[in-house]
Design a protein around this ligand. Structure first.
Ligand code: IDC
Length: 304
C-alpha cells in the first residue's frame, strides 16, 4: 500500500469503532510516524524542522516521549515547555501528536499516579478536545509484580477521568503490562471506556511470532491496538538492524490496520536511532540517516 498523505484537516477528530481507528467521515485511519527519543535528552529533534522532514517522508503522527524518570518530568517539570512546543509544532504541520507519559524504570504506573493525574489534568485543560491530540498515559508498565488487574487498570481508571473531563472524546492510549506486550490480558478484562486503545510495543530483533499471536488474540477478543513504539533493533535499542523481521512486522500491522510510531527520531549512537550522530535538525540526506532511518523513512508513507 502507498497512501496519499492525509492529516488532521482531512481526518478530523478520530474515534475508536470496534477494533479500528476511524475518522470524522467514518473512514478507517492508519497513523504512521516517528517517536521522539527522551525529551530531556533530544528536544532539538522534536521541533518543527525535524517533524516536517518526517512529514515529507509520509508521517502523519509524531509521538513525544516525555520520560518521567531519568531526569524527565518528575524531577524537571520545566520539560513541559518543550513538550508543548513539540505538540504545537506537530499540530501546525497538520499532524497528530501523541503526548506520551514515558514510564520505564519507574515500572509501576501507580507509584506516580498523583503526579500523572495532575499532569494529565493540566495538559488536557490546555489542549481540550483539539482533534490532533492523542494522550498516551503510560509507556511501558513492567515488572513481574506489576499486573493489569492490580496496577495498570486501576491506574487507567484513576487517570483517564482527569483527561475526560477536559477532553471528553479524545483518543487515549493505554500501556499494556510486560513492556506493553500483554495486550491479550487487557483484552480479557477491558476498560469500559470509549475511545481508548491498548499499546503494543515490539523490537524486531527480539520479538516475533509469539508477540504477534498475542496481538492477534487480543484483536479477536475485540481490543483496539496501537503500536505506539517499535524499533528495528533488539529491545535494548541496539543490535541489528533486523530489517527482514521488521518487514514481517510492518506487513502484519498493515494487514490489521494498526497505526505505529518508530523509535526513535534521535541521533544517539545506537542502531534504533534514525539519525547519524551529529545530524542536522532536518532535511536529512541519505547520509544523515542511519540504516534504520533509511528503512523507516521509506515506509512512513505506507510502503511495506
Ligand atoms: C532506550 C533508548 C536508550 C536509553 C534507554 C533508557 O533507546 O538510548 O538509554 O531507553 O532510557 C523501550 C522504551 C524506550 C527505550 C527502548 C530501547 O520505551 O525508552 O529507549 N525501548 O531500549 N521499550 C522497549 C525498548
Amino acid at each position: 500500500m502507498n497512501d496519499k498523505w492525509h492529516g488532521v484537516s482531512y481526518h478530523g477528530k478520530l474515534k475508536v469503532s470496534g477494533i479500528n481507528l476511524i475518522d470524522q467521515a467514518g473512514r478507517k485511519v492508519i497513523l504512521r510516524g516517528m517517536s521522539s527519543h527522551g525529551m530531556q535528552w533530544y528536544p532539538q529533534f522534536a521541533r518543527g524542522e525535524s517533524i516536517r522532514t518526517t512529514k515529507q517522508a509520509g508521517a502523519n503522527v509524531f509521538r513525544i516521549a516525555m520520560y518521567t524518570d531519568e531526569g524527565g518530568y518528575l524531577t524537571n517539570h520545566d520539560i513541559i515547555k518543550d513538550l508543548i512546543r513539540a505538540v504545537d509544532d506537530t499540530l501546525a504541520l497538520d499532524m497528530y501528536a501523541i503526548i506520551d507519559w514515558h514510564i520505564m524504570y519507574d515500572n509501576d504506573p501507580l507509584v506516580n499516579v498523583e503526579e500523572a493525574s495532575v499532569f494529565f489534568d493540566n495538559i488536557s485543560m490546555h489542549y481540550k478536545d483539539t482533534p490532533g491530540v492523542i494522550y498516551e498515559i503510560c509507556n511501558e508498565p513492567n515488572g513481574a509484580e506489576v499486573t493489569w488487574s492490580e496496577n495498570v487498570k486501576p491506574y487507567a481508571q484513576k487517570v483517564i477521568p482527569h483527561i475526560r473531563k477536559n477532553a471528553p472524546d479524545s483518543i487515549i492510549l493505554v500501556g499494556s503490562p510486560n513492556w506493553s506486550q500483554d495486550v491479550d490480558i487487557c483484552a480479557a478484562d477491558p476498560l469500559k471506556i470509549d475511545n481508548i486503545m491498548y499499546t503494543l510495543h515490539f523490537y524486531a530483533g527480539t520479538h516475533g511470532d509469539e508477540l504477534r499471536s498475542k496481538c492477534s488474540k487480543a484483536l479477536k477478543m475485540g481490543a483496539p491496538i496501537f503500536a505506539s513504539e517499535w524499533g528495528t533493533s533488539a529491545a535494548d535499542g541496539n543490535g541489528g538492524v533486523f530489517l527482514d523481521e521488521s518487514d514481517v512486522w510492518l506487513k502484519f500491522l498493515s494487514e490489521h490496520n494498526i497505526s505505529w510510531c518508530n523509535w526513535s527520531l534521535g541521533d544517539r549512537d545506537e542502531t534504533s536511532a534514525a539519525l547519524c550522530p551529529g545530524a542536522p535538525l532536518g532535511n536529512w540526506t541519505e547520509a544523515n540517516l542511519t540504516e534504520s532511518g533509511r528503512y523507516v523513512f521509506s515506509r512512513l508513507n505506507g510502503t511495506i
